[in-house]
Design a protein around this ligand. Structure first.
Ligand code: FAD
Length: 522
């Protein structure tokens, strides 16, 4: 809908009265309709909370934080910024678990999405439908946490199929990126498992979109880094939920054996039609302090593992999971043995845990609780996430894992590496991946303190420099760039589409300024 200039004032006034805002009220220096002004806060504590994120590297103060109660509040607020005399940038903020200021708005307004969910555990904003022509699905508020989606859907015997490693982040936040984890090879990222969205565009229009209704908006928003609209509802695909998992780690000293086994598992046996694995990831083991009672590894095996780590510098851990329930409990062990039978991990170094499905999915929260108790959760997070073409993963290992991480004696942090398949990603979305049928993700999640994060930023820069010089065409996931040229390189052939969609859905470039795509720092 476009508002012709002549009628703008009339429509604007009607919109105000529709929202019970018949007069302008003062909210500090802003003249906002009263119904909005009451939901805008600018006290120092609120500003301070909205001025940084999980990364704790970037600090940008907004002039206010908007606390919407309904989707209409969001639409009205954006529309006022779009059509009215005041123009302020607006950043939807889910959990603020970005690490480079992506949900910040310097001198703009942060929209606190979680105020839509008056109470946790759904608050009526997670509605499960177990039968439909689409199959089972959940209609979920964009502000909802995935952990709450898990609980609410499991109560009905279903759950989403594609996850992130950490579930205390919002549906809108992960769908604005992609949402990846060990299930991605099989079901695609979270953005491949959405049937429909409700979105408020940068013009303040509330639109429902799907592959058949407003498809341009639908695909723009998925992986769209918050640039095209605010997601207020997502229809998420569900499947019957498992209840338990067999959770396996296998250790490798040879990177080539490790990656060829990962590739074997995701191509031949991980096919969704077969009774294959449900989760395939991998991580680097750079130290093991023995004895470690909290470790995945039995105490009796720890000295051997520790000596392998000191001998090889890096031990690669292939992590896989097979789901099961009461019907498949008697056959799961045999199926697992068949699936893992040909693998070339170090003899005897396969470890199996039995866990509930929820325990497994919410595993990072267990680490969160432990880190919080040590004061190590709310610290800077100089993290770098990359997608690497399969053809160059061996070069990446030599240059980055061996060349930078091992040579510089970096042993603390979490370092993930696992493959995915391009055909599980929809080319029409805004998400960007390498141009090869199979590619890897590397999560380089350095552990830093308040004083030394810049050292780790230095390592990150060196990693990117190494890739550029070696001609490894990596794509950043959860990207962060300093210049628009970098963004153009990132999007590559998708850049013209990205620009066109921006002009269609957020022509005044109001939304998610913290991504620094249209207001770069250089
Ligand atoms: P925010 O940081 O609040 O927002 C991110 C961006 O999305 C901002 O630009 C914001 O403006 C925009 N946005 C937020 N809500 C909406 C909305 N409703 N509509 C439109 N735009 C919106 N990611 C993975 O894919 N896989 C992982 O395994 C994974 N593990 C993680 C583990 C940890 C410990 C952490 C901290 C992050 C992890 N992430 C992972 C990254 C995470 O998915 C993203 O940072 C995600 O954006 C976090 O969601 P959020 O709600 O905190 O978003």
């Amino acid at each position: 809908m476009v508002f012709p200039n002549l009628f703008l004032l009339i429509i604007f006034t009607s919109f105000l009265s529709l929202h019970n805002a018949p007069f302008w009220a003062a909210a500090d220096n802003l003249s906002l309709p009263a119904s909005l002004a009451g939901k805008l806060r600018d006290d120092p504590q609120t500003i301070s909370l909205a001025s940084t994120d999980y990364g704790r590297i970037i600090q940008e103060n907004p002039i206010g934080v908007f606390f919407p109660v309904t989707g209409n509040d969001i639409a009205f607020f954006i529309w006022v910024m779009y059509a009215g005399p005041i123009r302020l940038d607006i950043a939807a903020r889910g959990q603020g678990h970005s690490v480079r200021g992506q949900a910040l708005a310097r001198n703009g307004v942060v929209m606190n999405m979680t105020s839509l969910a008056n109470s946790r555990q759904g608050g009526g904003r997670i509605v499960v439908k177990t039968t439909s022509s689409l199959g089972p699905y959940a209609d979920v508020g964009g502000e909802q946490l995935w952990i709450d989606v898990l609980h609410e859907t499991m109560r009905k015997g279903f759950s989403p199929v594609s996850w992130t490693d950490y579930l205390h982040i919002t549906v809108g936040g992960t769908l604005s990126n992609a949402g990846i984890s060990g299930q991605t090879f099989r079901f695609g990222p979270q953005i491949s498992n959405v049937y429909e969205l409700d979105v408020v565009t940068g013009k303040g229009e509330s639109l429902t979109c799907s592959p058949t209704t407003n498809p341009e908006l639908f695909y723009a928003v998925l992986g769209g880094l918050g640039q095209f609209g605010v997601i207020t509802r997502a229809r998420i695909a569900l499947a019957p939920t498992p209840t338990r998992v067999k959770w396996v780690r296998m250790l490798y000293t040879n990177f080539s054996a490790f990656t060829s086994d990962q590739e074997l598992l995701i191509s031949n046996k991980g096919n969704e039609k077969s009774n294959g694995l449900n989760f395939v990831e991998g991580l680097l083991l750079l130290q093991l302090h023995t004895p470690d009672n909290s470790s995945f590894y039995p105490l009796a095996d720890q000295p051997k593992i520790a000596s392998l780590v000191s001998q090889y510098g890096i031990v690669y851990v292939l992590e896989v999971v097979k789901y099961y329930d009461q019907h498949s409990a008697s056959s799961v062990d045999q199926e697992l043995n068949e699936l893992l039978g040909e693998l070339k991990f170090e003899e005897g170094l396969k470890f199996v845990r039995d866990a509930s499905y929820e325990q497994f999915l919410d595993r990072v929260h267990t680490d969160e609780v432990a880190l919080r108790s040590l004061g190590l959760w709310d610290v800077p997070h100089p993290w770098l996430n990359l997608f690497i073409p399969k053809s160059r993963i061996a070069d990446f290992e030599l240059g980055v894992f061996r060349g930078i991480i091992q040579k510089r004696n970096i042993t603390s942090g979490v370092f993930l590496v696992y493959p995915m398949l391009k055909n599980k990603w929809d080319e029409r979305t805004s998400a960007v991946i390498p141009d090869e049928d199979m590619f890897y993700t590397a999560g380089i999640l350095f552990s830093s303190g308040f004083k030394d994060w810049e050292t780790f930023e230095g390592h990150n820069k060196d990693i990117l420099k190494f890739c550029a010089e070696a001609g490894i065409k990596v794509k950043q996931y959860l990207p962060h760039y300093e210049t628009q040229q970098d963004w153009m390189n990132h999007f590559g052939r998708k850049w013209p589409t990205f620009l066109r969609r921006k002009a269609m859905f957020d022509p005044k470039k109001l939304l998610s300024p913290g991504q620094k795509i249209f207001s770069t720092s250089k």
